[in-house]
Design a protein around this ligand. Structure first.
Ligand code: PRX
Length: 707
């Protein structure tokens, strides 16, 4: 997948990739049935949905989703696919996303909680923000953004904030004005935020002074200074930094000084905008709503551009059908709003449906592993949504905790990584108390919303399998030569989506060529084709299709590592390592971790004449990664090697390093330029005694292979 690799014939690729194609032996799990109680209340219990959303009714089937929204002007054309793979949905339609998530709920739900904020300190009572209060606050912020910050429709603004209610308030204020927000996960470093500011061309950065994480008050404002500096180095001047206060009553959570003429406290400015109203800007359906940066195969994150009408229709529809959200539900998704899950399924989807969405600031195990269940009990949460990593962690530290609390979930979601059947079953029996239905939703930043999942009232659950395509999504597994891998063949291949759908990103911000190349070139046979059937969406995941039509996702087949459900690019981590002056070469590989799924492991070789001690170098490398990316990218270890295993043309064989890190068979290394180094590295990492090689997971086997 490396951009610099010349194209090779399908045959050559197939020979190299044969590993990814071999039979994958895993035990099929038995089915679990949704309860009749769940089915009785479900939004979607009519099996005709499969027929309604079948290919025969594509694309008109998606009217059903668009009709969940309030349009200022109804659209004429459901899908314009005349320029594939660039698509426009609901063409001619106009709407405002903020109006749809806030204003239109006022007549019926004015006094109902839209958001409930639970701060990490347990002594602080949860704060409910009603739809009326949300309306007032969003309007005031919109007025401030317009008048004080000078933001206009189409401008980009970067938001680097943690899980506080001011984050969705700010996003909705942007949406009200048609300002394109780019939210950067709060745990990313100032530097990575700065690079995203520069790429998006934001002149305004919105941030927070501090927040709680694991019992500590973190100074977040310090990141803003680094972000502005990095953006400037990349040619983007940030005119204004707007800072939310974590605490009311003027108490500051930062000791970082304010920069005169650049930094402003939003809470102070807002006093001037009290009671102000701003008319929602009526936007074309295809107007961009937000950018979300994600890691790919090159060093630079790419800005996935999502639309207003198509995106909102898709997340509203899937929130209703797959999440089973009703206006009376209390819904809690533990993801961070700084990732796509939070955008689609904490903010836009639930609020479009007029639900109550819970926002929790801190880590789930603080101050103890009973915390999530106490929150669920107190708020009477009935829909719960989290990742396999959180499930594994909560199970490890508090397997008996859920039974101690009186909450009842009707529905639970798992997302972000493959879940092993053992963890799934604990989730089902212990967290869900054998009452809740589970959906394992597979999708990506690029796809806006769910791609594969069971329909909670209609399909049986099978631990470890996401399920079939959700309504209107037609997946297919293709082999290296573009041939369809049939169900039940027990062969892994590349999962693709054959058709466009309203939630699909519109393009990569400022890089349409990369959009085409990254997601569509792989299986497109005729680049001139104007027929969407010729442009399957290439997701970058390996998958298997069982005879029952359920997809089991095996993980990434490219240079991306999925750490605790967070997507990190190995190339980005390598670039960070190379900022250490002593480092000559760096290679980053994924290694299996019991709790967090995968962790990065770093290999570096040093420049000649370096005198620093190995531990000093290791520290510098870890520090560089934390500064350039953030703590989430901390490697399991940093291995210093005398040389990297290389091909005769000088290419680092990351595949070999991944095999060593995971105690897998390194395969044939005799053709390398320096085969001896492999054994040296193996003994340095694994010890002298040769360990029996395991057969590793598919994503690790595929890692470092050229596709
Ligand atoms: O490898 C897949 C994995 O997460 C990747 C997408 O990451 P991101 O864009 O950050 O979005 C995460 C939340 C949607 C996918 O390419 N992934 C996501 N959901 C699942 C999954 N792997 C297995 N099962 C899932 N349910």
């Amino acid at each position: 997948m490396s951009g610099s690799t010349p194209m090779r014939s399908g045959k050559e690729r197939a020979a190299e990739l044969s590993e990814a194609e071999i039979a994958v032996h895993w035990r099929e799990e038995g089915y679990f049935q949704p309860s009749s109680r769940f089915i009785g209340q479900a939004n979607l219990s009519d099996p005709s949905v499969r027929e309604r959303f079948s290919e025969a009714h594509f694309p008109e089937c998606f009217r059903e989703y668009a009709d969940l929204l309030t349009w200022d002007h109804y659209w004429q054309t459901t899908l314009d696919s005349s320029k594939p793979p660039f698509y426009n949905w609901f063409v001619g339609g106009r709407l405002n996303v903020c109006y749809n998530c806030v204003d239109r709920h006022l007549p019926k739900h004015k006094n109902k909680a839209a958001l409930i904020f639970v701060g990490e300190p347990e002594e602080d009572a949860p704060q409910s923000i009603t739809y009326q209060e949300l309306y007032v606050r969003v309007n005031e912020v919109a007025a401030l953004l317009q008048e004080f910050a000078g933001l206009k429709t189409g401008d980009r603004v970067t938001i680097h904030m943690p899980m506080v209610p001011e984050l969705p308030i700010t996003m909705l204020a942007c949406a009200r004005l048609g300002v394109v927000h780019s939210v950067v996960f709060g745990g990313f470093s100032g530097e990575s935020c700065g690079r995203r500011i520069a790429d998006s061309g934001s002149q305004v950065l919105i941030t927070t002074d501090g927040y709680y994480r694991s019992g500590k008050l973190l100074d977040h404002k310090a990141n803003a200074d680094l972000a502005v500096k990095t953006a400037a180095e990349e040619g983007q001047k940030v005119e204004k930094v707007l800072i939310w206060r974590r605490f009311p009553n003027g108490r500051s959570a930062t000791s970082t000084p304010m920069v005169e003429g650049r930094d402003y406290v939003i809470n102070d400015l807002l006093t001037k905008y009290r009671g102000r109203r701003v008319a929602p800007v009526s936007q074309p359906a295809e107007a961009p709503l937000f950018l979300m940066y994600t890691s790919g195969t090159t060093g630079r994150p790419k800005g996935c551009q999502h639309s207003s009408g198509g995106y909102l229709a898709y997340v509203a529809g899937t929130s209703k059908f797959v999440q089973d959200i009703h206006p009376e539900d209390v819904y809690w998704c533990l993801a961070d709003i700084g990732w796509i899950t939070g955008h689609s399924y904490i903010v836009y989807g639930p609020l479009a449906l007029g639900a109550t969405s819970v926002i929790y600031e801190g880590v789930p195990t603080f101050p103890d592993p009973g915390r999530p269940w106490r929150i669920a009990e107190r708020l009477d949460v009935n829909i719960f949504h989290t990742s396999p990593t959180s499930i594994r962690m909560l199970r490890k530290v508090g397997p008996e905790e859920p039974a101690k609390y009186h909450y009842h979930f009707k529905h639970m979601t798992t997302v972000g990584e493959p879940i092993e059947p053992e963890a799934w079953k604990w989730y089902y029996h212990s967290v869900g108390k054998d009452e809740a239905v589970i959906v394992d939703t597979w999708w990506q930043t690029e796809t806006g919303g769910f791609l594969c999942s069971t329909l909670p009232a209609l399909d049986r659950m099978k631990p470890g399998s996401a399920g079939p395509g959700v309504p209107g999504i037609y997946p297919v597994i293709l082999d290296e030569n573009g041939q369809e891998v049939p169900p039940g063949s027990n062969k892994a291949g590349n999962i693709c989506i054959r058709n466009p759908w309203p939630g699909l990103m519109q393009t990569i911000w400022r890089d349409p060529d990369r959009f085409v190349k990254q997601y569509f070139s792989r299986y497109n046979k005729d680049p001139k084709s104007k027929d969407w059937h010729d442009w399957p969406y290439f997701a970058g995941d390996g998958a298997l299709l069982a005879p029952d039509g359920y997809y089991r996702i095996l993980g990434r087949i490219d240079d991306v590592i999925n750490v605790a459900g967070h997507r990190l690019g190995t190339k980005e981590i390598e670039s960070a390592c190379l900022t250490v002056p002593e480092v000559a070469e760096a290679a980053v590989v994924p290694v299996v971790d019991e709790l967090r799924g995968r962790l990065p492991e770093v290999y570096v070789s040093l420049k000649p004449g370096v005198t620093a001690s190995p531990s000093a170098i290791q520290e510098k490398v870890v520090h560089a990664i934390e500064v350039e990316i953030g703590k989430i990218a901390r490697p399991r270890s940093v291995q210093i090697v005398s040389d990297m295993p290389k091909t005769r043309s000088g290419k680092i064989m990351r595949r070999v390093l991944a095999a060593i890190s995971n105690t897998m068979d390194v395969g044939d290394v005799t053709t390398l330029a320096n085969p001896d180094v492999v054994e040296q590295i193996r003994t340095a990492v694994q010890g002298k005694e040769k360990k029996a090689a395991r057969s590793g997971p598919e994503d690790i086997k595929a890692f470092g292979q050229e596709h």
